[in-house]
Design a protein around this ligand. Sequence first.
Ligand code: SF4
Length: 212
Amino acid sequence: MDANKTAFNLKTLENTAAALRRNRFEAQVHATGEGAAAAVLALAAGGKRVGLGGSMTVEALGLPGKLAAAGCAVVTHKPGMAPQERREVWLAAQAADLYLASPQAVTLDGKLVFVDANGNRGAAVIYGPRKIVLIAGVNKLARDQEAGLWRARNVAAIANNLRLKKDNPCVRTGRCEDCASPARICNAVTLLWKKPSQSDVLVLLVNEELGY
Ligand code: SF4
């Protein structure tokens, strides 16, 4: 990327990290995804149980494989799991030592936006895991809550509909149609305005485009 744009993005990420800290979250800025992945691996050291929230950002950083190679127990659902098995995995992930996920948007005033089909991730990022680590590339920044919700539906959800081969109207029109489709993936909104009182939440902001 152009060096001036990279420097501008870094400054915006630092300002956003300061806003997150004002909202009582821990926040770090990493120049690269490699740096963010190293920070996660350091937190997971000692073979911790790590729950995953189904994140293309976590996948892009190669963290499932790196955590398993480091001796961690990775708790995540897999395609084709029966509903009861999936429920047990989701509840186990919510009780893990560490939980990794990525919001669809981080606002410039330090709020975190999640939109989910099922809500297991939304529940886990509020309360349960001993430590919650949320990773966001610079592409996830949004001006405010309204822009973050717009991004979640009109950018992230459409890319995820394509990835999951869902035949929802947004795939055809290229914008959220607030559909009534049974396959709709935008059912539950989680907004972290400030860190929930009893939860330990670290946000890793990365000066690279990661995930959707
Ligand atoms: S059209 Fe439906 S599935 Fe697509 S982004 Fe909007 S609410 Fe989500």
